[in-house]
Design a protein around this ligand. Structure first.
Ligand SMILES: Cc1cc2nc3c(=O)[nH]c(=O)nc-3n(C[C@H](O)[C@H](O)[C@H](O)COP(=O)(O)OP(=O)(O)OC[C@H]3O[C@@H](n4cnc5c(N)ncnc54)[C@H](O)[C@@H]3O)c2cc1C
Length: 439
């Protein structure tokens, strides 16, 4: 006979977002069951973090454990066009406004995610792996009943942290895709990669072209994660096998061909879809959505983990307050408003990257220092507590982008093209300008 389990909170998914929520709730004395359909340790992509991630891990009390694992310090972002025509630009976290962390780190997720699961267990949560959510029998403010591989779970609340599987978003049909951020990533880990150096040492390397972009993420002293993200017009039309597309793009991109000249690693690549989406509403009767289960953003600015950890903190706090008599409707509304605001800010930052006016300003010969500081503060992941000083600068930057698009007061950049015949679809950018990107 199937087991019947009674818990305060059921968490679906033991990735960083699920584990973080479990840590907070278990420490407050709640009975927490985390189930994950996979096994740990396990591979995950998403290896570069932001200063705000560091602060979130510090608050959880796991930053020291993290720093004891193999990692590489990250001091900022180096951005170049694929052919070096515009040189490179560096944006450093030390220029952020306020007293937040001034650096971040990169780390293979196999280490980070395992550490988070162990920390959740240490905090008192029960974590069951190879244990999937099968279906939701019922949910409401009086509790939820879920069928899982562990048996039937009766929980007072549930947090969906199931990542891109978006268990509840799919169940409720609330997942909405972005109209043109429908990219695909091709990536691997290598040794012998030439990393950003000199002034840019310790930076995340971002190489931009019309049809996509490359990431270059030092993971530790030897290994570097390198990935190519292809925009939809390219990945849909390219007559190259998916597992060969990474090297196809490297060979056509001068700066990447140089950096990968002596790289040792696989000759084929892994593939993952990175279609931007959100599952709104982010909370409902008996449940909250956190991390990728709530929203997934194009990873260009490495925002994923930060958003997941911040959302986990908010959702866990909501559950704890309800366990002490807080009103469910109030907690739902509070979380919904918070998530909309914070995810919306990160969305705008990501959409900016694909905006030609913004790109012109990224490479502009002269850049007002104070505006750069506003941009860098958002780049550091400060989405949840934007100070007026940052908000004003970002507003000014947004206005400058709009003017640049229309009158071009700064030199226009001509994007590097992987395929000189060009497959870029400019229509989405017009939709972006009209603010109609989310379907
Ligand atoms: C190409 C690419 C590059 C990225 N780069 C970065 C980066 O540099 N920096 C960054 O911060 N982020 C990056 N991200 C995003 C980052 O990977 C995610 O935001 C992060 O992994 C989300 O964590 P999570 O805990 O929400 O989900 P996950 O880490 O995906 O964990 C979800 C867990 O839920 C489990 N699960 C799923 N369905 C079920 C079910 N039915 N029952 C039980 N368990 C289930 C899964 O097994 C999984 O372990 C990138 C993403 C992509 C695609």
């Amino acid at each position: 006979m199937s087991e019947i389990l009674h818990v305060d909170c059921l968490v679906i998914g033991a990735g960083p977002a699920g584990s973080a929520a479990a840590i907070d709730m278990a420490r407050e004395g709640l009975k927490v069951l985390v189930i994950d359909r996979g096994e740990f340790p396990r591979f995950r992509i998403g290896e570069s973090f932001l200063p705000r991630t560091k602060r979130a891990l510090r608050r959880l009390g796991v930053l020291d454990r993290c720093m004891a694992l193999p990692h590489a310090r990250k001091v900022g972002v180096e951005i170049s066009m694929g052919d070096r025509r515009y040189g490179s630009r560096t944006y450093f976290f030390r220029d952020t406004i306020g007293n937040g962390e001034k650096d971040a780190f990169n780390m293979a997720r196999i280490h980070l995610d395992m550490m988070m699961v162990e920390a959740a267990r240490d905090a008192g949560a029960e974590v069951r792996t190879s244990c999937a959510l099968r279906s939701i029998q019922s949910h409401g403010d009086d509790g939820i009943i879920a069928d899982t591989d562990a048996g039937t779970v009766h929980a007072k609340w549930m947090i969906d942290a199931s990542g891109q599987a978006s268990a509840l978003g799919r169940e409720f049909g609330t997942r909405r895709y972005h109209s043109f951020l429908r990219n695909v990533a091709y990536f691997e880990h290598f040794e012998g990669v030439i990393r950003p150096s000199g002034n840019a040492a310790g930076c995340f390397g971002l190489t931009v072209m019309d049809e996509g972009w490359f990431w270059l993420i030092p993971l530790d002293d030897q290994r570097t994660s390198v990935g190519f993200v292809a925009r939809e017009p390219l990945h849909r039309s390219l007559d190259v096998a998916p597992e060969d597309r990474f090297w196809w793009a490297v060979e056509r991109t001068p700066i990447m061909a140089e950096r990968m000249a002596n790289a040792r690693g696989p000759s084929t690549n892994r593939v993952i879809a990175d279609f931007t989406y959100r599952c709104d509403p982010f909370a409902g009767p008996g449940f909250f959505l956190v991390g990728d289960a709530a929203a997934f953003l194009d990873p260009v600015w490495s925002t994923g983990l930060t958003l997941g950890l911040l959302a986990a903190e908010q959702a866990a706090a909501g559950v704890v307050r309800m366990s002490r008599g807080g009103r469910p409707a109030v907690e739902r509304a509070r979380y919904q408003a918070w998530a909309k605001r914070v995810v919306g800010r990160a969305f705008r930052l990501v959409e900016g990257f694909y905006d030609p006016g913004f790109r012109d300003l990224l490479f502009a010969p002269s850049q007002p220092r104070e505006l750069v500081r506003g941009f860098v503060t958002l780049l550091a992941g400060e989405f949840d507590a934007v100070q007026p000083a940052t908000a004003v600068r970002c507003w000014a930057l947004g206005s400058m982008c709009a003017v640049q698009k229309r009158v071009g007061f700064s030199p226009r950049t001509r994007p590097f093209r992987l395929r000189p015949d060009g497959v870029t679809d400019r229509a989405p950018l017009a939709r972006l300008a009209r603010g109609a990107a989310l379907q």
